[in-house]
Design a protein around this ligand. Structure first.
Ligand code: BES
Ligand code: MN
Ligand code: ZN
Length: 506
């Protein structure tokens, strides 16, 4: 993991591989952002002109490298695009800073130290730059061997120094520490998502949760296939029974002695989704190791809440199973008796997420939390609706849905509120069971949400985040988002927990 330091050193004298400055898109020409005054002065105040000559425009994510002024310790100046110059007096905004810092950190992969001289107005800016840099520096190398692993180009930037951020300023220091925890936990989720599905099966995921819980003194309980059978978890068992790697339900709980609110988080943890007997065609299964992204986000968020010592109780439920076809697999046509006692006719074994989540939602409801949020790569339909960067929010409570949308926006995670139209429920009527696991194709993401709603305890505020689009980035990296697992929803969940702790919710 990349190290973070706050520094008051001058850009000229700091030993680093590069000094990072911001450049914004002005109405006519690129504009050098605040924080880079010393660099600009060393270029006789002509840094913007030099950058323009080199083709820089200040567009978001654009990276331009140039040699440092003579006598500087750092050999390179790296100008990163911040996008449009902000309106009069306004700052660049935390998300623009986060993205720029991320792009710069990624461009410095293989280097030892980057000195970031980006515009800082307050502690929020420090947090954003720190978060962006630590997230942008991420690289997944767990499966590489020998020399390949050490290849300099793949190694993440080792150290980020934030210039102009006084380490003695308490608010700056706290912001940097919180950002470090957040980034480390988002990166924890990314690592889990990127791990190959033959390595991270339900048992391995549960063991990882146990080990981490032990490290942090969190309470953890793992139900194995025997305990699940004894408890009547028909949904989780029904999905997992086709696989040689048996399912698990993990409860991981953070408690604060003075907390008066409890938040339950439920994550879809399909470590691989082949579709089961309703097998996915080639072209649709290559990235399905990402189908545990919800559980990874929930796990990381509970750990982050604990590390930050938030004054709120947070319970994570990880519904872990592998969805595989085999002689023992659930068939389309089978009827499962769920943990709640409801029966479900499985019409399509590829609609497995809602089955494991249903059991976990019922179980989570038994403890009467103040609110439940589930996170799941649930439907391709949500990707069709919102694209690959935005998650959908459904809820049984309008205010709660709005609050989550607001919190997500605050942390820079794109989301959009979606409805749960009750008329779609009849499409899931089954001739043989209480409900079928599939309904109308149109509005498939909402149909899945309506299914889940039936398994939430009476009177509990509940929200469902369908992260099928943004969980796994199949195109090139952008901002602080790498290719592969993104760790989406971790920062929203943590901010939600913070708001709950501050008594701003529920
Ligand atoms: N895990 C998939 C959803 C998914 C698709 C996530 C693409 C990420 C990228 C889910 O289990 C699934 O297969 N859903 C089906 C439901 C359908 C059979 C009702 C879908 O969306 O096609
Ligand atoms: Mn599926
Ligand atoms: Zn799935």
């Amino acid at each position: 993991m990349t190290a973070l330091t706050l520094s008051t050193s001058s850009a000229a004298s700091l030993r680093a591989d590069a000094v990072v400055v911001g450049v914004a898109k002005g109405p006519k020409a690129p504009v050098v952002a605040a924080g880079a005054e010393a660099v600009d002065a060393a270029f006789d105040g002509k840094l913007a002109t030099v950058l323009e000559t080199l083709g820089a425009t200040g567009a978001e994510g654009e990276v331009t490298k140039l040699p440092s002024p003579a006598g500087w310790k750092a050999p390179v100046v790296l100008a990163v695009g911040l996008g449009d110059v902000p309106a009069e007096d306004g700052g660049y905004g935390t998300e623009a800073l986060r993205r720029a810092a991320g792009a710069a950190a990624r461009a410095l992969a293989g280097s030892k130290k980057g000195a970031f001289a980006l515009p800082i107005q307050d502690a929020d800016d420090v947090a954003a730059i720190a978060e962006g840099a630590l997230l942008g520096a991420y690289a997944f190398t767990a499966h590489r061997s020998g020399d390949d692993k050490k290849k300099a180009s793949g190694a993440p930037l080792a150290e980020v120094a934030l210039l102009g951020a006084k380490p003695r300023d308490k608010a700056f220091k706290a912001a940097a520490e919180r950002a470090t925890v957040l980034a480390e936990e988002v990166n924890r989720a990314r690592d889990l998502i990127n791990t190959a599905p033959n390595v991270l099966d339900p048992k391995a995921f549960a063991a990882e949760a146990q080990a981490t819980a032990k490290e942090l003194g969190l309470k953890v309980e793992v139900l194995d296939e025997k305990a699940l059978a004894k408890g009547g978890y028909g949904g989780i068992l029904g999905v997992g029974r086709g696989s040689d790697a048996p399912p698990r339900l993990v409860k991981i709980a953070y408690r604060h002695a003075k907390a008066d609110r409890t938040l339950a988080l439920v994550g879809k943890g399909i470590t691989y989704d082949s579709g089961g007997i309703s097998l996915k065609p080639a072209g649709h299964n290559e990235t399905m190791k990402c189908d545990m992204s919800g559980a990874a986000a929930v796990f990381a968020a509970v750990v982050a809440a604990a590390r930050l010592g938030l004054r709120v109780n947070v319970t994570g439920w990880l519904a872990l199973a592998e969805n595989m076809p085999s002689g023992s697999a659930t068939r389309p046509g089978d009827v499962l008796t769920m943990y709640s006692g409801k029966t479900v006719e499985v019409l399509n074994t590829d609609a497995e997420g809602r089955l494991v989540l249903a059991d976990a939602l019922t179980r989570a409801s038994e403890e009467k939390p103040d609110a439940i949020v589930d996170v799941a790569t649930l439907t391709g339909a949500m990707m069709v609706a919102l694209g690959s960067r935005t998650f959908g929010i459904m809820a049984n409570d309008d205010a709660f849905r709005a609050a989550i949308h607001e919190v997500a926006e605050e942390v820079g995670e794109e989301s959009w509120p979606m409805p749960l139209p009750s008329h779609l429920r009849k499409g899931m009527d089954s001739p043989v069971a209480d409900i079928a696991n599939m309904g109308e194709r149109m509005g498939g993401g909402l149909v899945a949400g309506l299914f889940l709603k039936e398994f939430v305890g009476e009177g509990i505020a509940w929200a469902h985040l369908d992260i099928a689009g943004p969980a796994f980035n199949e195109s090139g990296p952008f901002g602080y988002t790498p290719k592969g697992g993104t760790g989406i929803a971790v920062r929203t969940l943590v901010r939600l927990a913070e708001r709950t702790a501050d008594g701003e919710l529920g």
